[in-house]
Write a protein that binds this ligand. Structure first.
Ligand SMILES: *Cc1c(COP(=O)(O)O)cnc(C)c1O
Length: 456
């Protein structure tokens, strides 16, 4: 591309990456292993077998730098991939910044977010292993709809537990999941023992991702032909998302740019890892030197306020123990609108690279996020999902700092989903009803008290 007045950078279908990137073998230190929840010994593939098919388990523990994307998976991904990389020229102008802002847009997928990048391969490997039904949790409904869509592609059933707070805030996500053939329950639900126990304590329980995971796992592990799927956090999920960063590398190369700053929102860490890991590979190889920053909500600041230690992935304590930044598996975040960022833990891989000092982290409150989202929508047109408003707010901060300093930094971020089904949140913001939540330090201490003590 010779001209310098491009607005979006598109790849041809033939340029779609055909391999996922596994960052593990490139890291200066190996990440700590997952532990069996009972014995606290390193978990082996068999410990994961009640939850996942063997091909996904092997990806979870893989030491291979690259893994081929099966042709059947690529065929489905090509419904929307490669996704566009935009240069936010109108936002740059609005902010009057010398910075160049690029955003990789994942809202073009059928479910409207980056989640189908992993739901499609997960449904594929499960179908190949003879699995008849997948169970899962969903927060904002993004992951549930992504998995419902993928299961429809490979002809398997899908049953979803949606966090009750989101179930009430975003009723159309349920309809979307049902259109693709899934069954949806609010969580806590009457379907499981754990759900009934919680509802007996509080009939209006807001739920949490940790609780919904417990419910979904309990309905998969005991059954031969049912497995569970997780939309974030795990190594294989982050690896499936690296297709985002691989495409963005190709796209920036076409216009001769390399990022100085990369910012991404982090709930469980998958859209961030997906964008950032291929750039980290280039950084480790000395080919570029971007500052890479995670952005999390002030109401659920896992990296910036959590402790780095072994904890359960779910509230009932059924999953393997993972070493990660955690607020405690029983922590119930305030019902902020970025439902996808309300998770007590952070991906073990993102936690590990943060401990190694390879990435930074900040937290931003939802008032600043929605203000940034409105600027973005009015300039660029796209209405962002509440989660990536955190990435946008951080990009706006950087761009305004460049205005002060006069630096022409190249800022790259992921707009990991659109907000068409999150308009109730915007309605509240426009009515002046969105406020930052004061984080309850007591709630964190109480939740941390329940985290098992494990050496190492
Ligand atoms: C699920 C979701 C998130 C949070 O999950 P990550 O694994 O941190 O990416 C963020 N944004 C959107 C649009 C989501 O659907």
């Amino acid at each position: 591309m010779a001209n310098d007045d491009y607005h979006k950078i598109l790849l041809d279908e033939s340029e779609i990456p055909t391999q996922w990137y596994n960052i593990v073998p490139d890291l200066p230190e190996p990440p700590p292993p997952a532990l069996h929840p009972g014995t606290h010994e390193p978990a082996g593939p068999d410990d994961f077998a009640p939850l996942f098919p063997m091909e996904l388990i092997m990806q979870e523990v893989s030491q291979e730098r690259y893994i081929d994307i099966p042709g059947e998976v690529l065929d489905v991904l090509k419904l929307w991939r490669p996704s566009p990389l935009f240069r936010a020229r109108r936002l740059e102008k609005l902010l009057d910044t010398p910075a160049k802002i690029f955003y990789k847009y994942e809202g073009v997928s059928p479910a409207g977010s980056h989640k189908p990048n992993t739901s499609v391969p997960q449904a594929y490997y499960n179908a190949k292993a003879g699995v008849k039904k997948l169970t899962t949790e969903t927060g904002a409904g993004q992951w549930g709809s992504a998995l419902a869509f993928a299961c429809a592609q490979f002809d398997i059933e899908c049953e979803v537990w949606q966090v009750a707070a989101s179930y009430r805030q975003k009723p159309h996500r349920k309809t979307m999941m049902e259109i693709w053939g899934a069954t949806v329950h609010p969580s806590p639900s009457e379907v499981t023992d754990f759900g009934r126990e919680l509802l007996a304590q509080d009939a209006d329980h807001p739920g949490s991702l940790g609780i919904a995971i417990s419910e979904a796992v309990s309905q998969a592990a005991p059954y031969e032909d049912v497995r569970y799927a997780l939309g974030s956090v795990l190594n294989h999920v982050l690896m499936h998302q690296t297709i985002i960063g691989e495409e963005a590398l190709l796209q920036l190369a076409k216009v001769g740019e390399t990022p100085d700053v990369l910012v991404g929102c982090t709930g469980g860490g998958s859209n961030f890892g997906g964008l950032a890991f291929p750039f980290l590979r280039e950084k480790m190889a000395g080919k570029m030197n971007p500052t890479i920053r995670c952005v999390e909500p002030m109401a659920c600041p896992t990296l910036t306020k959590g402790e780095y230690r072994y904890d359960f992935g779910d509230t009932a304590g059924m999953t393997p123990l993972m070493k990660m930044h955690t607020l405690g598996h029983s922590f119930i975040p305030e019902p902020i609108h970025a439902g996808g960022l309300r998770y007590h833990g952070m991906a073990p891989l993102v936690s590990h690279i943060y401990e190694l000092g390879m990435v930074e982290a900040i937290s931003i409150g939802q008032e600043e996020c929605f203000a940034g989202a409105l600027q973005f929508a009015r300039a660029e047109g796209i209405v962002p999902a509440p989660e990536p408003t955190h990435a946008i707010a951080a990009a706006v901060r950087e761009a305004l700092a460049c205005k002060e300093s006069g630096e022409e930094k190249v800022i790259l971020t992921a707009l990991c989903g659109h907000g068409h089904l999150d308009l109730a949140s915007y309605e509240k913001y426009l009515a002046g009803e969105i406020k930052d939540f004061d984080l309850s330090e007591d709630a964190i201490s109480a939740a941390m008290a329940g985290v098992p003590t494990i050496a190492g």
